[in-house]
Design a protein around this ligand. Sequence first.
Ligand SMILES: [Cu+2]
Length: 447
Amino acid sequence: MLLSMHLLLLCGLTLVSCQFPCQCLTKTALDSKTCCPVGADNSPCNSNSGRGSCLTYTPGTTPYNDNTMDRRLRWPSGLWNQVCRCNFPYWGPACDWCHPRRTGPTCSQERTVVRRECRQQNCTERARYLADVVLSKYTLSTWCCKLEKGDYTNTSSFVYSRATVHDCYVAMHNQASRSSPRMAGQSRTDLAHESPCFLTFHRMFLLYYQAEMQSLTCNPNWAICCWNWTMDTNTCGVCNDTMAGKTMPDGSYSPESPFSYWKVACSGSTSSSGCQETGPYCSRANISRRGDSTCAYPTPKDMADALNRPVYDREPFTASALNGFRSSVEGYVSPDGNRAGNFMHVAVHSCIGGNMDWTTIAFNDPIFTHHHCNVDCAFAAWMKIHNKNSTDFPANNISGCHPWDAIFPFVIITAHPEMMVPTENWGYTCGYINDTINNYYKFYPKP
Ligand SMILES: [Cu+2]
């Protein structure tokens, strides 16, 4: 408790989010399996002010062959079984944020933020957005700690450190996609990709990032800008110095982009290690891309074809599961759903290349959010076109991705299907969703 109080004093009252709350990684917290951070009212989960309670959480039991050694599974029970449960309209690790669809000092105002195509921002808005993202790279998160070393089979191996806001999201994505010891017959342990969880994980991930940016910038209307790459044919339309940065022939960023100064976070990570660093900040590599900037981007017809898969996902629910919307938009399957390869979301990661081409460090490139914003917009369009809801999230046998599994690494317990709802329920919309839907109807007339 003393350490938590001390941390609170250090952090002040504005808590923002990241990989794991530092207060939950102390030996005491891990030994007692309790992750109930002390909030602004000096009580765990801000319970004194009625915002939340520290409760025992028991995840759904699974009939499948999960690796019980990997403490990311049956989340969060491998690390903590006492966690905050926030009362609406409160949200966040200590229930001190507003739910994403509320704002104001007492979280009483309903609101919806609009995620626009980046190119719809005017000059002032672009400059502001760029400055905000740069601020996130150089501002130490007030409560996030990232796991630098540690094996998810043994919590006493954990080594954690504070990190900046942006770098915590690199770490979060890194930890969700790392491998870990497997049981016989288990083919994968990535908790964020190559499964039905791909779209639900990334929706929660971007929502958290957006909430944190709103807090960091004191701007409750801050919204991620989206890169609709179907507008581009063979060059990246947002890769200029007023937006995501221009790429030089050697793969570096244009010296006129602030991103040319950025260093890679989780620079020493491999697919099975934690977010390790190669050395002190200044000695790390600069973030980078693929030098040759020309690439065949997914076309409006590709997007329409992917949107035309009426079923969310199908057996075996892996990267190459054929004929489902998730695998087509993720892109290990063609947009028409019938063959494996590199298309859509995956193809765009490769088009940008460099850090973006490695799942465990992809978030280092600020274009990650612009890209995934568009993927999330496609998810929203697909739900509207086919009239889908959370009951369409399939029962499946993928570890960490059962319908009752809480989304790792968030300590706000949220099951994957809870993300499969209209975006308005989570306080945002995609500003160009009607363009995406109308484009779909150009290729596939309304029934
Ligand atoms: Cu990802």
